[in-house]
Design a protein around this ligand. Sequence first.
Ligand code: ADE
Length: 247
Amino acid sequence: MRIDVLTLFPAMFDGPMTESMMVKAQQQGLLELHLHQIRDYSNDKHRAVDDTPYGGGGGMVLKPDVLVTAIEAVTAQQADIPVILMSPQGRLFSHKIAQELAQYDRMVIVCGHYEGIDERVRQLAVTDEISIGDYVLTGGELAAMVVIDATLRHVPGLLGADGAEERDSHADGLLEGPHYTRPVVFRGLPVPQVLQEGNHAQIEHWRHVQALRRTWRNRPDLLRKANLSDDDRYLLAQFAQEDASKY
Ligand code: ADE
């Protein structure tokens, strides 16, 4: 997958994109990352990229001429490349959207800054707008890196062939349950017996119950959308009863 990122702060990508899995992805040819300095597309003698907003109000707005020229320059060879604007006004990023984006072989990510971008950039050159959460960051760079990382996990090959991403939290609508490794007892806390015994059907069942319990405790909102069986509903009622009997 080729990703072109338009940013005022390309150096922010050093580190997250030059370590660990993102390096592996680039070495394996699964990710081709191109960082473009938005300022390079300004034709102003001071290389200005922003201006004051019409109608007043605080802050500065990214200029449409600079951004649209930058986007057109990186999409010039191919017409149908998705252009994703990172912004707190976008649709909320999720496991599902990461899977969706992983289908593309190219995309452009635009990192906004300041108070925002001139609306005409959206109208003329942006095809999608994504937020990573209901809070406002100082710019779209961190959000872009989150999207790139989560999307790459769904590109076949990155995680090997064991399908680890399909066991992730959120893959089936539930959070993942607990994991353990050696030692078998750590500071008096043992690894649950069922994991030590190696009965795969029992382990699967135990993991599912744990996932359900963790989701119920930490993200009950997810249970409304999850695909629950009658057994799951029975377990949820049990969790609630156990909880009530504690007090
Ligand atoms: N830019 C600023 N805040 C953001 C957010 N929550 N998601 C994506 N881009 C952003």
